[in-house]
Design a binder for this molecule. Structure first.
Ligand code: GAR
Length: 220
């Protein structure tokens, strides 16, 4: 276990419920990370307002005001460096990043995706899971690589797809699992209990109770 808390930036684009679950987890004295800035590419994101109310440094970086993705990512990179960030947590940040930004933060940038990767990369994961008739769905926390929704998996949470599920019921079940999974994965990674080697994440023996797989209790 490291002695100092990792300084994290949380990047959002909207509601920010995953950001909120990370910020709340960070309040525990023994949690190995602390939020130092919350950034949104949409200055009117509701999550940004919530973070401000918590007294956290926030920044709205409106992507529409930048002439190219490179310019936007360059600005983002400067802010992350100025804030002396150790780890970047993407939490519903709905923008593709340039490979140079991703490589600069290689093994220091985490993302949560609302599906069991490598299934259902991209958008509309719940609709696609319902259409495919899968019986198990879920979410994944992984390290970010330049290819969309690729990268070593830190942890996954599985939820059942129930008879009669709609987009809303399935999305709510997965979201509840996301809120448990992301803080647990960040804690494992920030504390050095989860390490990446040869593009696989392994979890040290003492923490290997569930091997990064979280199967939440389902209450209908
Ligand atoms: C979450 O379900 C997250 O997994 C997803 O967006 C939602 C954001 O909700 N992320 C992606 O689809 C990334 N490709 P939130 O703003 O309430 O955390």
């Amino acid at each position: 276990m490291t002695t100092s808390k990792k300084r994290i930036a949380i990047l959002i684009s909207g509601r920010g419920s995953n950001m909120k679950s990370l910020v709340e987890a960070c309040r525990a004295p023994d949690y190995p990370a602390e939020p130092v800035v919350v950034i949104s590419n949409r200055p009117d994101a509701p999550g940004l307002q919530w973070a401000k109310e918590q007294g956290l440094p926030t920044l709205g970086l409106d992507h529409k005001r930048y002439e190219s993705r490179e310019h936007f990512d360059g600005q983002l990179m400067s802010v992350l460096e100025m804030s002396r960030v150790d780890l970047v947590c993407l939490a519903g940040f709905m923008r593709l990043m340039t490979p140079s930004l991703v490589e600069r933060w290689r093994d220091r940038m985490l993302n949560i995706h609302p599906a069991l990767l490598p299934s259902f990369k991209g958008l509309h994961t719940h609709e696609r899971a319902l259409a495919a008739g899968v019986k198990i769905h879920g979410c994944t926390v992984h390290l970010v690589r330049p290819e969309m929704d690729e990268g070593p998996i830190i942890g996954q949470a599985a939820v059942p797809v129930l008879e009669g599920d709609t987009f809303d019921t399935l999305a709510a079940r997965v979201l509840a699992a996301e809120h448990e999974l992301y803080p647990r994965c960040l804690a494992l990674y920030a504390s050095g209990q989860a390490i990446v080697e040869n593009e696989r994440v392994s979890i040290r023996a003492a923490e290997r109770r569930d091997g990064g797989l979280l199967v939440p209790q389902i209450v209908d």
